[in-house]
Design a protein around this ligand. Structure first.
Ligand code: IPM
Ligand code: MG
Length: 350
């Protein structure tokens, strides 16, 4: 099995190294090839997504991705910014289905910004559409109108795009508590009105899954009021970006949330949902667990090794149970460790 390893920028290198360490420990027939992406791609080849990196990603069975972004590149034109690497990979590989599970490990309930009783036992899955919406809609740009500049973007979803992500979400709900909440802004946006109609139509093929609809502003509120009301949430690219960051804090830290971005055949890119965190890069304090858990998702969804995925997830739970914590999830009475030590502990627990 061929894996493209794309560490990227900031803490990307440190955290991906821990996931590779954990994968190595499993002694599976994995062939891992590394390539630069993001700011590292700009430095190496003048492009955030160098051609050789894209070819490697296309050839691989799965992609393990760190994070991209660095303030050093903020002044570059948009096409050269590190973020274009991840957007380009998603688009070029057709990775339209983004699965972002948010689970609260019992030991971390106290690390959440919310009261432990609100989050204890939480287990939700956000299914985010990843290759459409205002992220990719045309036309877009900055133009001159009546003597001043105007910025514009286009929110757009075709029926087919809505239907295929709805299907993924219904199928995921079927394997869980069979409840799906579709999130939109149908009281204001045409795009959302179509979204709601198509998801409703698709629900006829899944009579065993209970479908509800919610406006995105209400969902943002409900996620902190009573997050356990949700099982699976399906939403568009932009709303999913925002809601998944919000959901991450229910679990104690954004450093805990893995993700899978899948194409229609199950090939996927696996990455933590957090960014490159340039403020702590190179200090050895970043939490590698979201990346390690992303590697577990890779084994489950793209490499047909759910057994190995379970082992990694159990090892992570064990290490948390033993009281090891990186700075972001550290609370009184637990042992604070660095990135490397956390990775070593998970590998050892395997
Ligand atoms: C994410 C990130 C990306 C996004 C950025 C880096 C382009 O925030 O994966 O959630 O907006 O999708
Ligand atoms: Mg985001």
């Amino acid at each position: 099995m061929k894996i493209a390893v794309l560490p990227g920028d900031g803490i990307g290198r440190e955290i991906v190294a821990q996931a590779v360490k954990v994968l190595d420990r499993l002694r599976l027939p994995l062939e891992m090839h590394e390539a630069p992406v993001g700011g590292a791609g700009v430095d190496a080849a003048g492009e955030p997504l160098p051609g050789a990196t894209l070819r490697l990603a296309k050839d691989a069975d799965a992609i393990l991705f760190g994070a991209v972004g660095d303030p050093r590149y903020d002044a570059l034109p948009r096409a050269k910014r590190p973020e274009q690497a991840i957007l380009g990979l998603r688009k070029a590989l057709g990775l339209f289905a983004n699965l972002r599970p948010a689970r609260v490990h019992p030991e971390l309930a106290a690390a959440s910004a919310l009261k432990p009783e609100v989050v204890a036992g939480l287990d939700i899955l956000i299914v985010r559409e990843l290759t459409g919406d205002i992220y990719f809609g045309e036309p877009r740009g900055i133009r001159e109108v009546a003597g001043e500049r105007e910025g514009f973007d286009t929110m757009r979803y075709s029926e087919g795009e809505i239907r295929r992500i709805a299907k993924v979400a219904f199928e995921a709900a079927r394997k869980r508590a069979r409840r799906l909440c579709s999130v939109d802004k149908a009281n204001v946006l045409e795009t959302s009105q179509l979204w709601r109609e198509v998801v409703g139509e698709e629900s006829r093929n899944f009579p065993d899954v209970e479908l509800s609809h919610m406006y995105v502003d209400n969902c943002a509120m409900q996620l902190v009021r009573d997050p356990k009301q949700f099982d699976v949430v399906v939403t568009g690219n932009m709303f999913g970006d925002i809601l998944s960051d919000e959901a991450s804090m229910l679990t104690g830290s954004i450093g805990m949330l893995p993700s899978a971005s899948l194409d229609e055949k199950g090939k996927g890119l696996y990455e933590p949902i957090h960014g490159s965190a340039p403020d702590i890069a190179g200090k050895g304090v970043a939490n590698p667990l979201a990346t390690i858990l992303s590697a577990a998702m890779m084994l489950r969804y793209s490499l047909a090794r759910p057994d190995a995925a379970d082992r990694i997830e159990r090892a992570v739970a064990g290490v948390l149970h033993d009281g090891l914590r990186t700075a972001d999830i550290h609370t009184a009475g637990t042992r604070r460790v660095g990135t490397d030590e956390m990775g070593d502990a998970v590998a050892a627990a395997l």
